[in-house]
Ligand binder design. Sequence first.
Ligand SMILES: Cc1ncc(COP(=O)(O)O)c(C=O)c1O
Length: 379
Amino acid sequence: MERNDLLKIANEFGTPVYVYDAEKIQEKYQELEDIFSGLDFELHYAMKANENPAILKEILNLGGGVDAVSPNEIKRALKVGFRPSDIVFTPSFPDETEIDFAIKKGVQVHIGDTYLLKYILERHPDYSIGLRLNPETEIDGNQKIATAHSGSKFGIPLTELNYIRSLIKKGLKIDTLHIHTGSDVKKWEDLARSAEVLFSLLPDFPQVKKLDLGSGFKVKYNELSPQINMKAYASFLKKKIKETHRKLTLIFEPGKYLLSEAGYFLMKVNGVKQGYQKCFAGVNSGFHHFIRPMYYDALHEIINLSNPEGKIKIYDIVGQLCEEDTFAYGREMPEIRKGDILAIKNAGAYAFSMASLYNLRDKPGELLWKNGKISVITI
Ligand SMILES: Cc1ncc(COP(=O)(O)O)c(C=O)c1O
């Protein structure tokens, strides 16, 4: 989308507001189709990244499935039109009622918590499940988004394999092995190390037909962003599949890769204030709308849509909550004036879906830009 499109939208619909570019979602989806072509694979969009029904419909129309993490996500996916077989349920520490619900709906259930295995064997002995394992893959970077290291709460540790074997002997049915290394993983080799663990376990699981390799595909935050070599990862997977001599379907669960770059978050500058040490640009938002910089230390590009040619100055861009809610520290920007409209880039994933009503402030609206037209998709 062009700067002028965004500015026009902000003027017409007001701020704060999220805008999603449907064509970007299609482009990213096609990119993954191309990267993994030659493999037998399914794309299950991690709907926690952005669960707006209009976005889910885009994924459905592209032929994708979803990865859901709660009963309400399953309900929404079914309502939008996904079939139960299009849905992978990968909850973390669910209780038994959530598992019963997912099984009743007939979706694929992946279990990453040991305490549930015996329950499934006893209550649902005929239901084949997936097993989410913890491959002990350490990765660099923000540990808040690393999900497969030995200190992580996610996945069943490999030390439980004997226990799992004993349950299989008693009748537990497992058709899928699953790992998810983390989010925004920079090196394909880290993803490959996790996948390698699953490949090495295959002889123990002759009934397994699918490997769910999660996601973690890094996205581009700016021109200097390091890029993950997805082609090298795909080549590695092709080689491994060839070596196994088994017919295997791969599942990928991209969230950020499909949505991040498609989204913009538009905010208005309520005022600019020179402090003792810093100049603050205060916007009509905060971490209740966009929590990524505060929670993940995520560095998002911010554009001054209404004064792009202004003299470069340095700002802390802050929200209006009574906590520290800084979107950017010491950011060099074209001069920011009261009333200017700022756009945060890469705001399509883990952005609106993490918004809250904190301070009883309304959530932002949501808009979809498609074929040059804008529609309101706020729910
Ligand atoms: C099990 C699982 N799959 C997929 C994803 C999506 O990851 P990403 O948004 O990095 O693609 C997540 C995100 O945390 C996840 O927990």
